[in-house]
Every structure is written in C-alpha cells, then in structure tokens.
Design a protein around this ligand. Structure first.
Ligand code: HEC
Length: 147
C-alpha cells in the first residue's frame, strides 16, 4: 500500500498528463492551465481561480465565461484585472465543459458544487447567436464580483 501511493505520487510528478486523472482535469491542463496555472494561482495576466468569487459563485456566469470568453474590469483576491479571455464553446462539448468546471470548482473551492451537462447545454442554447466575449458588467448585472 505505501509503495502504491508513493509510486502514484512519483508518476504524477514525472508524467503529470498521463497519471490517473479526474474527469475534467486533462481539459483543464490542455486549455486553461497555460494562463491560469495548474494550481489555480495567479499567473501573468490571468487572475487566480483559487478563492475566486467567479468560481465560487453561481454556475451561469462561469459557464458563460468558458463558452464565449470574457473581457473587462474584474476584481479577484483584491486585485483589479482588465483583460480578455477567449471562449472555448466552439471546441469543447457540453459534457466536457461540465466536467471541466466541476473539476475547477472542487479543486479551487472547498465547497464547490459540480456543474451539470444540462446547465451547460441550456446556457449554450440560450446564447446560440452570441459571437462576442461577455463583458464583466453584463455577467454581473451591475454588481462587481469581489467588491
Ligand atoms: C489566453 C489565456 C487564458 C486562457 C487559455 C484561459 N483564461 Fe480564463 N481568464 C483569462 C483572463 C486574462 C481573465 C480575466 C479577464 C478580465 O480581466 O476580464 C480570465 C478570467 C477567468 C475567470 C474569471 C476570473 C477568475 O479568476 O475566476 C474564470 C473563472 C476563468 N478565466 C476560467 C478559465 C477556464 C476554466 C479556462 C479553460 C477553459 C480558462 N479560463 C482559460 C485568461 C485565460
């Protein structure tokens, strides 16, 4: 048993992408970690996912960000960002987005509730004709996240 655990840890360190992964984890590595870092901490221009009000908050804005992208001023962990993130709706299926966001929520927020495929499908359908990134103020409906 201790040997098994030690091997698993060593494997994860050596060949991270190949080690046994939770659903959504590979998608996170492939599409998000380059900007948000694998541990969800701040990197360069991208805000942290760890302890973020967006990850912690309702599912709808979070799903919209991943499907269509986001731009504009937002505050995360006390710091102001005013950048742009591209959307991934054209390359990630509903189930993939659901698994990805469930992974993000449970990994970076202790209370994280999973996101269902049905929620992603509903939000994608309602915004079918959207081509632009979401603006932060649209997502918040006038409120400021983290303020
Ligand atoms: C090209 C870099 C880039 C990639 C790739 C990227 N993001 Fe982002 N993301 C950003 C930036 C920059 C912002 C801040 C946008 C702003 O200032 O309005 C952001 C904001 C966010 C936010 C809201 C703020 C926060 O920190 O909680 C979430 C949630 C998020 N991204 C999740 C994801 C997920 C999930 C993926 C993978 C599908 C992803 N991002 C891929 C750059 C990126």
């Amino acid at each position: 048993m201790p040997f098994g655990v030690a091997s698993a840890v060593a494997l994860a360190g050596l060949a991270a992408a190949q080690a046994a992964e939770k659903p959504g984890e590979k998608t996170f590595r492939d599409y998000c970690a380059a900007c948000h870092r694998y541990d969800g901490q701040e990197m360069g221009e991208a805000p942290p996912l760890h302890a973020s009000p967006w990850v912690d908050g309702p599912a709808e804005p979070l799903i919209k960000i991943v499907l269509h992208g986001v731009r504009g001023r937002m505050q995360v962990q006390g710091k102001i960002y005013d950048r742009e993130m591209p959307g991934f709706g054209s390359i990630l299926a509903d189930k993939t987005v659901a698994d990805l966001l469930s992974f993000v929520r449970t990994t970076f927020n202790e209370q994280g509730k999973p996101v269902s495929e049905e929620e992603v499908r509903r939000i994608r359908e309602r915004n079918e004709s959207r081509t632009e990134y979401w603006r932060v103020d649209e997502l918040l409906g006038g409120k400021q996240a983290g303020e």
